[in-house]
Design a protein around this ligand. Structure first.
Ligand code: ZN
Length: 160
């Protein structure tokens, strides 16, 4: 099978059978992000246990790329600590900015990216890059907010 059709198969598989979909409790933060150029929307919740990402849940609508990307994200980031997850996010961002070099980059970083290598071909299409990045930007935002809430709680504990 050609690499590109194998990648398409991975994306379609996540689109048809999304992992970790649905909004769950408890959660530390919730964000809503939209990609107006395509009409994709995601509501995402992040929960933290110390610095470990204990859950990421979401509701989304939009194109197959945006939806599959959210599914892949949850597979990759749930259970990691914030630092590890940010490293994965950064690698995915680099993949999306790789333009014509997507396949080479994906191959080099396959261990980190896992199913996210399937988005290598998307990097060539700037309009689609926004679809692929939507949930990753939402996750980054939600995690920053969850950490801020945690900081406040810690300060209150010190005061008490
Ligand atoms: Zn889209």
């Amino acid at each position: 099978m050609q690499l590109e059709s194998m990648y398409q198969e991975i994306i379609l598989d996540h689109y048809r059978n999304p992992h970790h979909k649905g909004l769950r409790e408890p959660f530390a933060s919730q964000v809503h992000h939209v990609n107006p150029t395509c009409g994709d929307e995601v509501t995402m919740r992040v929960d933290l246990d110390g610095d470990v990402i204990s859950d990421i849940s979401y509701e989304s609508q939009g194109c197959s790329i945006s939806q599959a990307s959210a599914s892949v994200l949850t597979d990759l980031l749930i259970g990691k600590n914030v630092e590890q997850a940010r490293a994965v996010q950064e690698t995915f961002l680099q993949l999306m900015q790789s333009r014509g070099e997507g396949h080479e980059f994906a191959e080099e970083h396959e261990e980190v990216l896992e199913d996210a290598v399937a988005f290598a071909g998307v990097a060539q299409y700037p309009a689609r890059v926004k679809c692929a990045l939507l949930s990753w930007m939402a996750w980054k935002d939600a995690t920053a907010q969850a950490l801020a809430v945690q900081d406040e709680t810690d300060k209150d504990r010190v005061k008490a």
